[in-house]
Design a protein around this ligand. Structure first.
Ligand code: ZN
Length: 244
């Protein structure tokens, strides 16, 4: 969207293109991959699938609502109320510019996921647009198991693979010292800590550690992009069929 002019935009939207992909990230530590992993990944997904789903890519929302990891160097959070108001204004703006389908490609978990789900419903209802919030790493959990034979992790196999496929120079394997850099996410009501003691968080104990394999990374990247495109295409087709 930021690379075309208003005359082009008028020609495209909404007659030829009525879907927009909005990548949303945050700045937080990710083991030995970039603090901006949650920005880079959804932006790359958007770029990879935009033509396939006939969508424009909106400028990324880089800053987000970071939780238990914001004490690490280079990380911080946007206060929840400010983030909520800012993203609400962006969603209203995308509806105002005549998009009918607004696809939020979220790169960051924690509390941000719930905020986006609530805003999608609120602004979708208010503006009569159709909104899909897709948390790529969760939606593609089965792809991690398919490629790596185990569950994923924050800054573990899945995100490391995606970043390796985008730009291997951003992945610093030489700084990885092994499983002591990771902690399994505690079961509900067992314990919690701020700051969380590791920036690599495993969804399942003993699984999901970073794997530095370029061929597997490329395979994971392609399968994730295909699965994300399918989710968007199928959701829009069902909206159309239901005439909502
Ligand atoms: Zn992440």
């Amino acid at each position: 969207m930021e690379r075309i002019n208003w005359l082009e935009f008028r020609e495209f939207v909404p007659e030829k293109i009525d879907t927009v992909l909005l990548p949303l990230g945050t700045i937080e530590p990710h083991g030995v991959i970039p603090n901006g992993t949650d920005i880079i990944a959804p932006l790359e997904i958007a770029r990879a699938i935009a033509a396939e789903v006939n969508a424009l890519v909106a400028p990324v929302v880089p800053y987000g609502f970071t939780g238990i990891l914001d004490a690490y160097p280079g990380s911080f959070t946007i206060p929840e109320a400010v983030y909520r108001d800012y993203v609400r204004a962006i969603l209203r703006g995308l509806a105002w510019t005549k998009f009918r389908n607004i696809i939020l490609l979220n790169g960051h978990g924690g509390g941000q996921t719930a905020i986006l789900a609530a805003l999608a419903q609120e602004v979708g209802r208010e503006t009569r647009t159709r909104m899909l919030v897709a948390n790529w790493w969760s939606h593609c959990a089965d792809v991690v198991r398919e490629v790596y034979g185990e569950d994923g992790g924050h800054a573990g196999n899945s995100e490391t693979a995606y970043i390796m496929a985008v730009d291997p120079s951003l992945v610093h394997q030489s700084r990885y010292t092994g499983k002591e850099m990771a902690t399994a996410i505690p079961a509900a009501n067992t314990w919690s800590a701020y700051p969380f003691p590791s920036s690599i968080l495993l969804y399942t104990e003993g699984e999901g550690l970073p794997v530095f394999d370029q061929a597997k990374a490329k395979s994971y990247f392609e399968k994730v992009n295909r699965k994300m495109a399918a989710l968007i295409t199928e959701t829009i087709a069902k909206w159309d069929a239901a005439e909502v």
